[in-house]
Design a protein around this ligand. Sequence first.
Ligand SMILES: *Cc1c(COP(=O)(O)O)cnc(C)c1O
Length: 420
Amino acid sequence: MIDPDWLTAGAPHVWRPYCQMKTARPPLPVVATRGSRLILADGRELVDGLASWWTACHGYNHPHIAEALRAQIERMPHVMFGGLAHEPAYRLAERLARMLPGDLDHVFFAESGSVSVEIAMKMALQFHINRGARGRTKFLAFRGGYHGDTLATMTVCDPEEGMHSLFAGVMPAQVIADLPRDTESEAALDVLLGERGHEIAAILIEPLVQGAGGMLLHSPEVLRTLRRLADKHGVLLIFDEIFTGFGRTGTLFAMQAAGVEPDIVTLSKALTGGTLPLSAAVASQKVFESFWSDDPGAALMHGPTYMANPLACAAANASLDLFEGGSWRSNVARVGAALSEGLEPCRGGKGVVDVRTLGAIGVVEFDAPVAVGDLCAGFAELGVWIRPMGKVIYLTPAFTTPDEDLTLLTSAVRKVVGVA
Ligand SMILES: *Cc1c(COP(=O)(O)O)cnc(C)c1O
């Protein structure tokens, strides 16, 4: 393949994500997207097994989202959100409040997942301060968790497995625990909260699936346990649904599988159907009320420049239209069945310790970290885009991925695992 001019000219200047720039293989030049596929500069098409880091849930270039974006860009691409209001954001906030369970009704917009987690953390800290409780300055998070790459969110990621162990000691340490999966670990967490609960503002968890930490699943009962313990010890509960939100696990939000609601939920990734960066921290009535005051000092002091960008909000509204259409549900079930059936034979593969699926997520886990660059290149040769992570090869395709493309994805994984 001859590299396009722009790639050759730009390569010395672009610093890539999670990348040892000296030794990494060059990136694949993508010139267009269509449905479930990436189109490369040399004309090859790759079936996308990841939906671009879990964002493009309706597939690429969905005509309904594209139309909404065209209309909005003509009218008003952006205005500041301080002191001004616009229809895309106000409609979106009202719709999110209606779609989310319980009284998660107060939507604070931002532009990235990490920033929405930071806002949720600030909300939790200030919730206690505004109610006169001092000293609740820490967070309790879980081994295997991932909540972002910024300085504060790094502190609530898994301390060892995470991508941030290098920075241990730079930021204040948080309280990191094991998930309460059984009565023993539940009792241990109860004891821990008994001892340190007075220092803790909130518990942070990715409900049902710890995504970037290795696609680790837990049962809905874990979330009910956390709700109970949070209430018992007077700490807030934050669900980070940046990965799980918008149908990925089979329910619109993962919390619905457990029938419990957090005090704050964070959303991003699939919020705009994979078109523009947008995120939200959505607070319950109880959290919002703690900021409702005649004291200006009790206000939430946050406001990103591109907060509630009208284009991004228009895309999100169009994506929610598609969710309201309802076909995502049967599509997630269809994708899940195909992943489950297609990946199951991997159980016999060399080094494979587990094969698991939930919703439209399929995972093959190995006993050791895999060679990400080599595997990506091998998958591309097979006509698919799959980028493993740590010890797992995983598939999180668009919900609209056609059956024949799902077959290409799972057969490529079987081939690489050596069971085809
Ligand atoms: C991706 C992700 C984040 C971080 O979002 P960014 O947009 O990359 O900052 C936080 N939490 C979870 C659960 C995620 O999957």
